[in-house]
Design a protein around this ligand. Structure first.
Ligand code: SF4
Length: 289
């Protein structure tokens, strides 16, 4: 891994340290729950994530790569990601999950176009693969042109995270993420373009009105939703415990427990099904298409 440019980007009032790096590999053999869901590779376009969610498990895997900045304040963009995809062996029949420990459409993508470069390389050099793009960044709509072309000879799905229905709650748990309205607009544009788009309510934050939220999702055009509440098991991993305790404290501050969220997730799932929306609960919902 080698380092390139370094600068700072202001996003939602916060400065994020952006570094361009070159890596040796861009497709990592899948492991853990990604492998259990049937994927062959994870494709992470960056280390670190400017969205900086309070519950993010990715800190356990990549925070050690920072230069001391706190989670959400640094991103190392893999500037040669597209070039590596061009040189990759055949991807026929392979299932790719982009991305597992970062968001491919965080604010720096607007200028640096690393994810766009990956899509261009996949389009030009490969065929017969499955690609799932996991994001909460409305910037993905910039790349609708490529996603539409990619799905002609491949299977493409966007998993768009919309974790709750309340701006107040979003600002508490994920203050530097796009608003609910921005995300639902993006989902609608993806659906209107004919791109298979699921909403992942993962992790599901406390909902204001599960029935109304289900109706909003239906209006966006989405017909498949994944629902998953916070994990209750830290598996003894210190970094994960640290991250989740921040979110757990916020939850406790609202007078709620994980058990309350589980109960609410069943009400929400029923409301989604009443709208004719297919619901995948927990890990099973992430299965490769
Ligand atoms: S967007 Fe995803 S990877 Fe980024 S901080 Fe939030 S949960 Fe973590």
């Amino acid at each position: 891994m080698s380092c390139g440019g370094l600068h700072k980007l202001k996003s939602k009032g916060c400065f994020v340290k952006i570094e361009l790096i070159e890596v040796n590999n861009i497709l990592t053999p899948a492991s853990g729950f990604i492998a259990r869901c049937g994927f062959d590779f994870t494709l992470n376009t960056a280390l670190g994530c400017a969205f900086g969610c309070s519950y993010c498990y990715a800190t356990a895997f990549t925070q050690k790569m920072s230069s001391g900045e706190e989670w959400g304040k640094w991103t190392k963009l893999k500037s040669n990601a597209g070039a590596l995809i061009r040189r990759s062996p055949s991807l026929v029949g392979k299932e790719i999950y982009m991305a597992s420990v970062t968001d491919p459409y965080q604010p720096s993508e607007r200028e640096h176009r690393v994810s766009r470069g990956v899509l261009e390389a996949l389009l030009e050099c490969h065929t017969g693969f499955t690609l799932v793009v996991q994001t909460r960044g409305p910037l993905i709509t910039r790349d609708i042109d490529l996603l539409v072309k990619l799905q002609v000879k491949n299977t493409v799905r966007v998993n768009f995270t919309v974790s709750n229905d309340s701006e107040k709650i979003r600002q508490l748990f994920e203050p530097t993420c796009p608003s609910l309205g921005q995300r639902l607009d993006a989902v609608q544009r993806l659906c209107d373009a004919g791109i298979q788009t699921n909403i992942t309510v993962t992790p599901m934050l406390p909902l204001k009105d599960p029935v109304n939220f289900a109706a909003l999702i239906f209006e966006s055009g989405v017909r498949e939703v994944v629902v998953q509440v916070f994990h209750d098991d830290q598996n003894g991993r210190e970094n994960i415990r640290g991250t989740r305790s921040e979110a757990s404290e916020k939850l406790a501050g609202l007078g709620l427990s994980r058990r309350d969220l589980v109960k609410q997730s069943y009400v929400f799932a029923d409301a989604l099904r009443a709208n004719g929306i297919k619901v995948g609960m927990n890990e099973a919902g992430f299965k490769a298409p």
